[in-house]
Write a protein that binds this ligand. Sequence first.
Ligand code: ADP
Ligand code: MG
Length: 487
Amino acid sequence: MSKVEKFLIKRGNNQYEVVIGLEVHAQVNSKSKLFSSSSTKFGAEPNTQVSLVDAAFPGMLPVINEFCIKQAIKTGIGLKAKINKRSIFDRKNYFYADLPQGYQISQYKYPIVGEGTVILDMPYGQKKVGIERLHLEQDAGKSIHDMDPKNTLVDLNRSGVALMEIVSKPDLTSPEEVNVYIKKVRSIMRYLGTCDGNMQEGSLRADVNVSVKRIGESKLGTRCEIKNVNSIKFMQMAITSEANRQVDLIEEGKQIDQETRLFDTKKNETRSMRSKEDAHDYRYFPDPDLLPLEITDDFIQKIKTEIPELPDEKKSRFIEKFNLSSYEANILVSDLDTSKYFETVIENSDVKLSSNWITGELFALLNEKNLEISQSPISSKNLSKLINLIKDGTISGKIAKTVFEIMADGDKNPVDIIEEKGLKQQSDPKELEKFIEKVINENQDKVKEYKSGKEKLFGFFVGQVMQASRGKANPQLVNEILKKKLK
Ligand code: ADP
Ligand code: MG
C-alpha cells in the first residue's frame, strides 16, 4: 500500500485518529421472509403482508427459507469469507411494540459466515478491510410515531424479513473510507443479486461504531455506536460529528462512556440513546424451534458454481484485456449495469474511446438528469455507433459532442442526425484548401509574423479554419495542409 492519507482531528498540538467499525444490515433479496412465506414487497399497505408466524401467534413455528440461506452463503463467498458449515439461530430477547414475538431470531456465537476481506480502492492505494462475520436475522416491524397525534401505530409488513448483518473489523479510518466501503459491499451484493442495496427503501442501513485515539497509539479508544444510519452522507456526517465530540471530551480530561447514540440529521450531532450501564441483556439462547443449521460441502460447492464474475475480478480482467488504467477500470466495474453497458459498447467499438465517452459525457449526462445507467437516454447501441463515427473520421470529437446532445433527446441514431444536420466532417483536401486559402488571404499580417518566427500563431490559423468550416473540417488534415501552406 502506498502512502496512507490519515483523517486526523487536531486540537492545538494534539492529533487524533478515528477508528470505525460498521454493522451493515442488508435486506436479503428474497420474495418471502426468513421464516414464513409472506411477501417482502416494498411499499404495500400496512399490515397486509403478515402471516400468523410474523405476527407471533401462539403455537406458530418458524420454517427456514432455504433461498435466504443460499443468499447469505453467496454473499459470504463474495466477501471472501469462511462459510461455517454449522451455525445456530438464537433468540435475542427484548420487548418492543414492533416485535410481537418478544425476541428476534438472530445468530450470535455461531454465525453462518466467518472472517473475510473487502478491498477498497482509495486514492492512496488499496486498503484491506476485515470482515468479522455475517449473520442472518429477522427484521422487526415498524413503529410509526407521526401519523396519529396520540398513538404510535405499528406496521408488521417488515416483521420477519431476512437481514444479513455484515460486521466489519475496526479497520476503517475516515468518512471517505466508509463511503468507499459501503459502496463496495453494496456493489458485491448487487453483482451477486443477494441485496438490492436500495438505501431509500431501507434495504441497506448501518450501525456505525466510532472511537478516537491519539495518533500512533495502538490501543483502541472506547467506542460509541450510532444506530441505524440510512444514507452514506449521514454516516459520514455522523462520524465527523461524533469523533469531534469524543476528542472534545478527552481534551477536557473527561472519559468516553461506551453507549448507543442516535444521529440527529437536522442538528448534525449525535445524542445518547442508552448507556452501557442500562445496556440490554438480551439473554441469548438457541431457539428451541429451530435445529442447528448444517450445510454440506456439496451445497456450498453448488453455490460456488453460481457465483458470477465479481467487481475485483472484472476489474483485473478489464485492466489486462483492455489495457485500461486501474482508475478507469474501477469506475467501470463499480456498478454492474455500467460494466454491462461498457461491455456492450465495446463489442463493436474502440475500447479507449468507449471508456472515455462513458465515464465522461455519458456520466455527466446521467448525473445532470439524475438517472441510473439502466435508464440512460442513449442506448449502448447508439453510443457505439457514435464512437465508430469518431473513430473512422466521419465526425470530429467536437461535433460528436453536439450529436451526443441531440441523441440525449430521444436516443436517435447518430448516423441519421449527422445526415439531417449536415454535420459530416470535411475530409476532402480540395475543400479544406479553400477554407485555408481564405484564412491566409484575410490574415496576411499574421502570416508574416508567423513566418518571421512567431510559431505560436499556428493555433490561431487552425482555429480560424475550423471556424470558417463551422467546426466540420477534419482537424488533423487542416494541420497537415496548413503546415505545408505556411512554409
Ligand atoms: P455489538 O453487539 O456491541 O454491536 P458487534 O460485534 O456486533 O458488537 O459489533 C461491534 C462493531 O464495533 C464492529 O463493527 C467492530 O469493528 C466495531 N468496533 C469494535 N471496537 C471498536 C472501537 N474501539 N472503535 C470503533 N469500532 C469498534
Ligand atoms: Mg451489533
